[in-house]
Design a protein around this ligand. Structure first.
Ligand code: FE2
Ligand code: FE2
Length: 404
């Protein structure tokens, strides 16, 4: 530990060492950690219904339960297939980067450990697809060539931002869905394994970005804060792949149009992207063009911030909320007291709020600082940033606040 006052700001080497220790303590071998022989329940979903792209639309209501389950199966296969080639290019990017790095450093060793995790995930996803008895969804030849060329551009912080885009959205959706009782137990297990190991990858990537951000040349910063917006249309394309709808026997054009316009779907996308959006805002890597691209593909809420539209009922500027709240961290709820305030930032047009959480939270809460904070009956994604010297936790968030 450094002698720095901010005990939660270890060096890259210390941080990597911590992750290495965590990897030794808790990791999975999916070949043996999932019961591949257990029968699949014909009446259970492969994704929770609310995360299937057509859920909440009139088209969904016309489908039989059997068709709905089949669509969930095809959508999971689509996601796992995309996951496999994403992890493939991430590993390619990391391996190329390591050619230039010190082979004795903890950061290199953790990067290699992460690659090992990803190779096991690819085996796990491949086995799951096979177990479900569905053909994987393969990109076309020209698409594979483009995908394979992408990691050549993964230099410096681009690699870590790309890793976050590929990992965080799936991660936050998986967290929301892995405990759904309507889900096939095999899928629940797979998600639990993936979420556990990805949590470390996300911390490593976020730390990588944070450590570089201050010294990043302006042009690089502009480039990264602009290019990340491609993630929006890219995920919209992947998540409404015609192949899934065709396999279920739906008119794929109608199905895709319906999914892309579904307000429920938009809400799911926005909640999946919220933690990463908050991080990109926090480190100053959400440029106006990127913000527009994420917004147009419905991963960010519509342009006018909700708090501004709801100004009469929303918190007034500088209003302080001091009272009880519930905070959910690592799937556990804790009753706490919070003192929060916020303001609408005229530069990015968003409501930024922050404050302190008073109460006992798990010892290692800052290692996985994403939280859901509920106060006054409203819930918002939050981030615990540090332990205060007085025994509380600093908390921040962007968007509609959990008070007011
Ligand atoms: Fe993974
Ligand atoms: Fe990962």
């Amino acid at each position: 530990m450094t002698s720095s006052v901010r005990s939660n700001s270890p060096t890259r080497e210390e941080f990597s060492e911590r992750l290495l220790r965590g990897s030794v303590k808790k990791y999975y071998e999916p070949v043996v950690d999932i019961d591949w022989d257990a029968p699949l329940d014909p009446d259970k979903f492969y994704l929770p219904p609310k995360l299937v792209s057509l859920y909440g639309t009139p088209l969904w209501d016309t489908m039989t339960r059997e068709q709905q389950i089949e669509l969930s199966r095809q959508e999971l296969v689509n996601t796992l297939s995309a996951g496999i080639w994403f992890e493939n290019i991430l590993n390619q990017g990391i391996l190329r980067k390591l050619m230039h790095e010190d082979p004795t450093s903890n950061a290199t060793h953790y990067a290699l450990t992460e690659m090992g995790d990803e190779t096991r995930h690819m085996v796990m996803f491949g086995k799951a697809i096979e177990r479900m008895g569905v053909k994987p969804i393969a990109p076309k030849r020209y698409q594979r060539m483009i995908i394979n060329a992408v990691p050549l551009g993964f230099k410096g912080s681009v690699l870590w931002v790309a890793a976050l885009i590929g990992e965080e959205i799936f991660d936050s959706l998986q967290r929301q869905m892995m405990d759904d009782p309507q889900l096939q137990p095999m899928v629940q297990r797979l998600m639990r394994i993936h979420v556990t190991e990805e949590a470390r990858h996300i911390q490593f990537a976020r730390d990588g970005v944070r450590k570089r951000i201050d010294d990043m040349p302006r042009l690089n910063r502009w480039w990264i804060s602009t290019i990340n917006g491609i993630g929006g249309p890219f995920f919209r394309y992947i998540f409404s792949n015609p192949v899934m709808y065709r396999r279920v026997g739906l008119d794929w054009r109608q199905a895709r149009r319906t999914a892309r316009r579904s307000p429920h779907r938009h809400e799911m996308q926005i909640s999946g992207f919220a933690p990463l959006a908050a991080f990109l805002e926090e480190v100053g890597l959400m440029g106006p063009i990127a913000r527009m691209m994420w917004r147009r593909s419905h991963f960010l809420p519509a342009k006018t911030p909700r708090v501004a539209v709801e100004a009469p009922t929303g918190p007034a500027p500088d209003e302080v909320y001091d009272g009880p709240a519930n905070i959910k961290v690592s799937d556990e709820e804790h009753a706490v007291r919070v003192r929060l305030t916020g303001r609408l930032d005229p530069v990015d047009g968003k409501y930024h709020w922050r404050g302190t959480v008073f109460g006992a939270l798990p010892e290692d809460v800052l290692r996985r600082p994403e939280a859901l904070l509920t106060a006054n009956g409203r819930t918002a994604a939050a981030r615990l940033t540090e332990r205060t010297p007085q025994g509380g936790y600093s908390v921040t968030g962007v968007g509609a606040p959990p008070f007011g």
